[in-house]
Design a protein. Structure first.
Length: 85
């Protein structure tokens, strides 16, 4: 019998029970987008002495993360509606 533990491959996702992780992935997209682009805005603001770059970085990060969320999860709702009719 094969009783060895095999870790999941990098492409294989471990399913969470129920809807436990449904909101965590989009939340992590929003937070990481704002941190990444906010950090770039902070660096630009600090070294170029332009105060507008930090808030612009936060806004760009938020917009980019919302775009990724809509692109990834927006189609599933439309596909389900089309299949139901």
């Amino acid at each position: 019998m094969d009783t060895q533990f095999r870790p999941p491959s990098s492409r294989q996702q471990i399913p969470l029970e129920g809807s436990q992780g449904d909101g965590m992935i989009p939340l992590s997209y929003v937070l990481s987008g704002m941190m990444l682009y906010g950090g770039l805005g902070w660096l630009g603001s600090r070294y170029l002495h332009q105060g507008w770059m930090l808030p612009t970085g936060f806004i760009v990060g938020l917009v980019m993360s919302m775009y990724l969320i809509i692109k990834r999860y927006g189609r599933a709702g439309r596909d389900n509606e089309l299949q139901g009719s």
